[in-house]
Design a protein around this ligand. Structure first.
Ligand code: GLU
Length: 463
């Protein structure tokens, strides 16, 4: 009897120490969510990089933190019917994913683009949890959007769509519940229309959306914040490696709001941006995208056509149709367009051409093959959830200003953005520095973001 008890005691703790098995968990997720490729890609990356640290905390596994964190708290999907300028009824799909609110209200953008699927919004929402945790601000993770594409639509059509979208969404959001913002296809115009409808339905003027115009609660520096923050981060990466950004050449993809902010700050820092791109191809401008050329990006974006070729015509530079800018020899590559826009082949070409630093300013801009190549070749690689966190961080600052009913001057917002990006960089270095001195920023960002949310979930019980 005595012996049996002793044995039971000796065996029991061993049984209790179960660990997370990433492959098993991924198989279960793949079976539950077949075909959700982008979502599964984002989850796999995070789980693999946090596995070792996670398994040093048996209390996490006991509370099934991994199994809980990979599933959204809830998903709303709704029909969005609206009438186009010809009087025809159009029907789109609307979504809001409230992924995780362990550290603050759900927070994340809305994407309006024909490519939007549940898988894409789930990957974006999942990434947003850890990105928001890294900002040091109290924001949970969420994402939403629609397969509606505002490009080529009249202002009236965009307004009617946004009003129809908000007629459903307004029930689920609130300044302390869920605070949407912009993403691809959702800029100040769309936020204005969405906000107008929310205000009418809810009968209140609150900070329920960020990215608003300055006249009704928006924050200075918010339009520039994603690109500016990205460059503050990249500059720190270079300086930590004993290099300077001044005089470096940069390949940028995209020509929208993020690319514009990045090109502006890179030029101010003394670097030379030599490419921009669109779905039609890329432009190569060896003299650098600066001055009036940066202003022209705004003009180009305002046109209905999703093409970058007119830049080449206007400034007499080379346009390469149907190709991506990663074949150009540059020191730094900054994906600023969309997910998986830089693959293994692109990465190899960049490495062969001597790239020293890659900063994802788009969300999940690089494929897993590209990331492996950068890390195995000890190229500085900054993941989107760290590098592009300046956008949502400044949204967080907009929420604070709205809650205080005041408006900070631009230099104050910019100084705070600077501090936040430096803080994110420090967290990545803390958790990502390898024994040989190389900083694995992906690992650092994933561990720092994940641990914060995991600790909060653990403290709050099984909810
Ligand atoms: N869509 C941006 C992002 O991916 C900004 C989100 C926000 O400001 O809430 O982080």
């Amino acid at each position: 009897m005595q012996l049996k008890t002793t044995l039971r005691k000796a065996v029991k703790p061993l049984n209790l120490v179960s660990v997370m098995n990433v492959e098993k968990l991924m198989q279960q997720l793949e079976a539950k969510h077949p075909g959700e490729a982008e979502y599964l890609q984002a989850v796999r990356e995070v789980l693999i990089t946090v596995e070792d640290v996670y398994n040093q905390h048996p209390e996490f596994e006991k509370a099934k933190i991994a199994e809980r964190i990979v599933e959204p708290d809830r998903i709303f999907t709704f029909r969005v019917p609206w009438v186009d300028d010809r009087g025809e009824v159009q029907v789109n799909l609307g979504y809001r994913i409230q992924f995780n609110n362990a550290i603050g209200p759900y927070k994340g953008g809305l994407r309006f683009h024909s490519s939007v699927t549940l898988s894409i919004l789930k990957f974006l929402g999942f990434e947003q949890i850890f990105k928001n945790a890294l900002t040091t601000l109290p924001m949970g993770g969420g994402k939403g959007g629609s397969d509606f594409n505002p490009r080529g639509k009249s202002d009236g059509e965009v307004m009617r769509f946004c009003q129809a979208f908000m007629t459903e969404l307004w029930r689920y959001i609130g300044p302390d519940t869920d605070v949407p913002a912009g993403d691809i296809g959702v800029g100040a115009r769309e936020i204005g229309y969405l906000y107008g409808m929310y205000k009418k339905l809810a009968h209140e003027h609150t900070g329920v959306l960020t990215g608003k115009n300055l006249e009704f609660g928006g924050s200075l520096v918010r339009p520039e914040a994603t690109g500016f923050g990205g460059l503050y981060f990249v500059k720190q990466m270079l300086e930590t490696a004993g290099q300077s950004i001044e005089g470096k050449t940069i390949a940028i993809s995209g020509f929208g709001n993020v690319a514009w902010g990045a090109a502006t700050k890179a030029t101010q820092m003394g670097a030379k941006v030599v490419t921009l791109s669109g779905p039609d191809g890329y432009i190569y401008d060896p003299d650098g995208v600066s001055g009036e050329k940066i202003d022209y990006m705004l003009e180009l974006r305002a046109t209905c056509n999703d093409v970058v070729a007119p830049y080449a015509e206007k400034f007499g530079v080379k346009f390469v149709p149907g190709r991506r800018p990663w074949e150009v020899k540059t020191d730094i590559a900054l994906p600023c367009a969309t997910q998986n826009e830089l693959n293994g082949e692109d990465a190899q070409r960049l490495i062969d051409n001597g790239v020293i630093c890659v900063g994802e300013i788009s969300n999940m801009g690089c494929t897993p093959e590209a990331i492996d190549l950068f890390i195995n070749n000890k190229i500085m690689y900054g993941p989107g959830k760290a590098v592009n966190a300046g956008g949502v961080a400044t949204s967080g600052l907009e929420m604070t200003q709205n809650a205080m009913h005041l408006c900070w001057p631009a230099d104050e917002v910019d100084a705070r953005l600077h501090r936040i990006m430096a803080d994110i960089h420090a967290q990545c270095v803390k958790y990502g520095r390898q024994p040989d001195g190389y900083i694995n920023y992906m690992k650092g960002a994933n561990i720092a973001g994940f641990m914060k949310v995991a600790r909060a979930m653990l403290a709050q019980g099984v909810v």
